[in-house]
Design a protein around this ligand. Structure first.
Ligand code: ADP
Ligand code: ZN
Length: 726
């Protein structure tokens, strides 16, 4: 028997299979889709079996496969097919497609025995007569006799008995034995009985979604309309049919609340998948799925690759979220992968959002997706009232961070013992640090970007490469004591709040406060328990979270993200601000939202204020049509990166010319232009954009380019089909 094996070695350069002999010892276990260890050159490396065969026409002397890495972990037929689709869709290599689909916790270099977690029991190892004989003859071994008497009733947890030495001597005498039982780390969830009466919107959604169909549905429900309850019920019905479900959520900060709702409804019938799990937890959750012990998987982007068999539905919550697109190779979008699995399994796909992406909405309006609106909040709750505050006027009153109105409202809410969310989409203390005397500005030495001051660590930090340096009060250039800071970050808002409202309990939620394992969960629990009055955060706090006691939402710099030079900035700003506004007034009290801006006439904010999704949609679509952007045109971006600027300048033009000469006449190739951040981590970056409706030549052209530069040490290419931003 022979196996074709892809090699995990310098993925871009050697993306081909090699034939190996399958030794007799592995014949019964080996399968297509497994990871194996193979000799390659003078090393032993990971490989991936793509084919098994009985003959070979290879002219080389073949080597044997050394071992199977883990016989549990194997891509099934569906996932092997999905891997092919992933390669076609993203133009990635075969090996990186398959590497992406098997969880990262399966690294050979780690000790596998550490993965499984066991409970150790002790129990009797001899029949009762022998035990009694020992007891009668050893009256002085009181502790040992005590243990034996306990074990006569049945096995017990070894850790429940204190005397380790007595256990040891009983084990040595073989009177007792140890047994192990594998346990899962994340288990023991109790089902809580609930009795829900669906709202009309929810009932309509449930009536419309046909679980025996292969349709894609857009569940366009305003914030607080009860989309999660629709997901729960759909999945309940799917499980009743004996089938399984995948629910994708945008990020870990969100999973806590949703996952708990699912545990409450389905107990241990749920496996979860996200980057916040330890590798042991990941391993356990993966095993539950492989052993077909769970019907439901909830996870972030990569959970779309879980080997769930017999799928009955896939649901993508907050489908507009950019976290569904992976920003490293392979640059896939989870919705595309979900679409493949939908067709493969002939099952429905449900996309849920309060602010669907333009592409999705356009498809729904065309009838490609079935459109299901949910326009009412649950119960008597209504959407919050939104006010726009002109900060140019406030500046004249010397209100730099908070307008009069926002300040008063915060005061009011605290007195009423309600909660407040404040959004500022920039972390750190201040974003520009410069010298008042000579104008010097701190920049990252490796990136084309200013450093951000973090007061907690008293360091200046680059948010692109992580470079840090201690802040000093004297200017490194003119040596004057004139360094000052500008530009607001979340840390500064936090410290300002603390001086303004000294009695308020404040928590900050951004990458800096949530990077430790478990910290997000504990902040969310704290908010739920009303341990905090004011929550300050970046976009992390905008999505999905459901806190009935939050009445006021303040957006400190509402127009900031509009200035980002990207064709999606109008869409993403509308979505971000609508989403964060949607956190207000989800309980009985009516919510209110204050949007502070230096651009009070901004169209996008006016649409947010009027809850006018369609207005914003039409407005953005008009612009996209004129500028030939998605959904009217497809785009692919090619980033060309190099540390060697001189060599690179001519090369980048050659690449653009090559693309221009090898695409269809109807396609448009723009650039090369410098990327918005020209240098990151000492690497210079140019960008070429290709816009097209249909281009039969493009894929081949890009693959050829990619191959040509695969081994180039100076220049690397990054091809992104359907980029989320450019
Ligand atoms: P969305 O995801 O659409 O923003 P959620 O699913 O979080 O909204 O629902 C908002 C709130 O309403 C949640 O607290 C949820 O438990 C509650 N809820 C949802 N459906 C119902 C219902 N039919 N009856 C009572 N409460 C509901
Ligand atoms: Zn940097």
């Amino acid at each position: 028997m022979y196996a074709d094996v892809l090699i995990e070695y310098s993925a871009k350069a050697i993306d081909q299979t090699f034939t190996y002999i399958v030794p007799d010892s592995l014949k019964s276990d080996i399968k297509v889709g497994m990871k194996v260890l193979v000799p390659f050159g003078n090393k032993i490396i990971n490989g991936f079996v793509t084919n098994l065969k009985n003959t070979t026409d290879s002219k080389y002397e073949l080597k044997e496969i050394k071992d199977i890495i883990d016989k549990y972990f194997c891509l099934n037929k569906e996932l092997m097919e999905l891997g092919k689709y992933l390669q076609e869709k993203t133009l990635c290599t075969k090996i990186s497609a398959y590497q992406t689909m098997l969880p990262s916790s399966l690294k050979v270099k780690e000790q596998k025995s550490n993965y499984s977690k066991y409970l150790v029991y002790i129990e009797l190892n001899k029949d009762i007569d022998e035990i009694d004989e020992f007891i009668n003859n050893n009256k002085r071994s009181k502790k040992q006799i005590e243990i034996l008497n306990i074990l006569k009733e049945g096995k017990v947890l070894k850790s429940s008995i204190e005397s380790a030495s007595s256990i040891k001597s009983l084990l040595d005498k073989e009177l007792i034995k140890e047994t192990k039982e594998q346990i899962y780390r994340l288990n023991n969830h109790k089902v809580i009985e609930t009795n829900i009466e669906f709202s009309d919107d929810q009932q309509n959604a449930l009536d419309t979604i046909d679980l025996n169909s292969e349709n894609t549905y857009l569940l366009h429900g305003i914030t607080g309309s009860g989309k999660t309850e629709v997901y729960l019920e759909l999945i309940k019905r799917v499980v009743k049919m004996g089938k399984k479900a995948i629910l994708l959520v945008p990020e870990i900060s969100l999973t806590a609340q949703i996952v708990n709702k699912f545990y409450d409804r389905f107990g241990d019938d749920v496996a979860i998948f996200h980057s916040g799990l330890s590798s042991g937890e990941k391993y356990d959750e993966y095993l539950k799925i492989l052993r077909e012990e769970v019907h439901i998987v909830i996870g972030t982007r990569s959970a779309i690759f879980t080997p769930m068999t017999n799928l009955g539905i896939i649901i993508i919550d907050e489908e507009h979220s950019d976290t569904y697109k992976q920003d490293t190779t392979p640059r896939y979008h989870a919705a595309d992968m979900a679409d493949f699995r939908k067709k493969y399994n002939h099952i429905p796909l449900v996309l849920g959002s309060a602010t669907p992406s333009l592409e999705t909405m356009a498809r729904a309006l065309k009838g490609v997706y079935t459109y299901i609106p949910m326009n009412h909040r649950i119960g008597s709750s209504t959407l919050p009232t939104i006010d726009i505050v002109d900060m140019t006027k406030e500046l004249k009153k010397r209100n730099m961070i908070f307008s009069e109105k926002l300040k008063n409202k915060i005061q009011d809410r605290i007195l009423k013992k309600e909660q407040v969310i404040l959004l500022l989409n920039r972390r750190g203390y201040s974003t520009v640090i410069s010298c008042k005397s000579c104008g010097f500005t701190y920049k990252c030495p490796h990136c084309d970007i200013t450093l951000t001051y973090h007061k907690t660590t008293n360091k200046l930090q680059c948010h692109y490469c992580g470079y840090t340096v201690f802040k000093s009060d004297t200017c490194p250039k003119c040596k004057e004591k004139a360094i000052s800071t500008y530009g607001l970050g979340t840390e500064q808002v936090e410290s300002f709040i603390k001086t303004q409202f000294p009695s308020a309990r404040v928590v900050r939620m951004d990458i800096d406060t949530t990077s430790r394992k478990g910290s997000t969960d504990s902040i969310i629990k704290g908010i739920e328990n009303h341990d905090y009055d004011i929550i300050i955060g970046t976009q992390m706090i905008s999505k999905g979270l459901d806190f009935p006691n939050v009445i006021l939402v303040g957006v400190i710099n509402a127009d900031e993200s509009l200035n980002i030079p990207d064709f999606r900035s109008g869409e993403t700003t509308f979505s971000l601000i609508s989403q964060v506004s949607g956190r207000a007034g989800r309980g009985v009290s009516h919510g209110s939202v204050i949007l502070q801006t230096y651009n009070p006439d901004c169209e996008t904010l006016a649409f947010v204020k009027n809850n006018d999704y369609i207005g914003n949609f039409n407005n953005e679509m008009k612009i996209r049509k004129i500028l030939k952007y998605p959904p009217y045109y497809f785009i692919t971006s090619v980033k060309v990166k190099s540390k060697n600027y001189d060599l690179f300048k001519t090369e980048v033009n050659k690449i653009a010319t090559f693309i221009r000469n090898n695409i269809e006449d109807t396609s448009i190739c723009l650039g090369p232009t410098t990327c918005p951040v020209f240098k990151i981590n000492n690497v210079y970056r140019f960008q070429i954009i290709i816009k097209y409706k249909k281009d039969k030549l493009l894929e081949d052209t890009l693959r050829r380019l990619d191959e040509e530069y695969a081994l180039n040490k100076d220049i690397s290419l990054e091809i992104d089909v359907d980029p989320i931003r450019i």
